[in-house]
Design a protein around this ligand. Structure first.
Ligand SMILES: Nc1ncnc2c1ncn2[C@@H]1O[C@H](COP(=O)(O)OP(=O)(O)OP(=O)(O)O)[C@@H](O)[C@H]1O
Ligand SMILES: [Mg+2]
Length: 261
């Protein structure tokens, strides 16, 4: 399983309005098999962080290493659930998954049919194998996208609000499946969310981002046994702690912006 070291990550974009500073000197590590949630306001740079870890975006300054190797030199072996499901619209559900399985060699892989059937069952998508992507609902597309990222058993899972478009009952079921597969396989997970309850349910550690240019406002350990219970006193206590940091970082940011103006 993978470990990640992020050192002094700074990301700026060249835009029509000039340089946009998004991430400002952020450093953190994710241990092998650790489950870390990134929580922060909209536009804080959470998706940009995942893209930098995946080597899809270059850091402006700083470095990201996965298993000791800079992602600028070699892309890590990851499964990525993008914020928008990026499925191939003119292919069926089954074809999207076999495409992901064959990504490395371009050839069929052993037990392909069985692996696809198993993952579709896990995602409650059995019976939709031959449906085209435009023929299934948005929530089902999210589940196909999750299935696609799980199917190759990657060492590292990058998940960008994977359950955000789902109804709460489906989201709870998939969170619970995610926790049990994670406890079995101990994959390293970096999971982006807006949802404090979700972060506390899932994470070993929650990193709270300030509004951009992003710094880390706080790191909160969630040292509770799993599976966790929604609404329990222990979880609620950590949720309140995170909410307080969130509110403080947003009001501090507003105060700083006012000073600049
Ligand atoms: N390719 C790009 N070019 C210019 N600016 C970009 C680019 N990608 C992202 N940004 C900017 O970086 C900032 C952070 O974007 P990002 O998508 O990481 O936010 P986020 O924290 O994931 O927000 P949300 O919770 O809404 O998904 C935004 O201001 C966005 O406009
Ligand atoms: Mg995002």
């Amino acid at each position: 399983m993978s470990n990640i070291q992020i050192t002094n990550l700074t990301k700026k974009f060249d835009t029509n309005e000039g340089l946009l500073a998004v991430i400002d000197d952020v450093s953190f590590d994710v241990g092998q098999g650790e489950f870390v949630c990134l929580l922060g306001p909209s536009g804080a740079g959470k998706s940009v962080t995942l893209n930098c870890i995946a080597g899809l975006l270059d850091a402006t300054y700083g470095e990201i290493r996965v298993d000791g190797v800079s992602v600028a030199d070699k892309k890590p072996n990851y499964g990525y659930i993008f914020q928008q499901p990026r499925l191939i619209p003119w292919r069926t559900v089954e074809q999207n998954l076999s495409f992901a399985l064959r990504a490395e060699t371009g050839r069929p892989v052993p037990n392909e049919k069985r692996r696809i059937a198993d993952i579709l069952e896990l995602m409650s998508l059995t019976g939709y194998e031959k449906f085209y992507i435009h023929q299934i609902s948005g929530g089902m597309q999210s589940r196909v996208s999750i299935a696609r990222s799980y199917i190759r058993n990657p060492d590292l899972l990058l998940m960008d609000e994977p359950f955000g478009a789902l109804d709460e009952m489906t989201a709870r079921k998939l969170r619970s499946e995610l926790v049990s597969t994670w406890m079995r396989d101990m994959r390293t997970v970096v999971f982006v969310t807006h949802d404090i309850v979700e972060a506390c349910y899932l994470a070993d550690r929650v990193l709270i981002y300030t509004p951009k240019p992003t710094r880390i406002a706080a790191v909160i350990d969630v040292d509770l046994p799993r599976p966790r219970t929604y609404g329990s006193d222990e979880l609620h206590q950590i949720e309140s702690q995170i909410l307080a940091v969130f509110e403080r970082s947003i009001s501090q940011f507003t105060a700083e912006s006012e000073t600049v103006i």
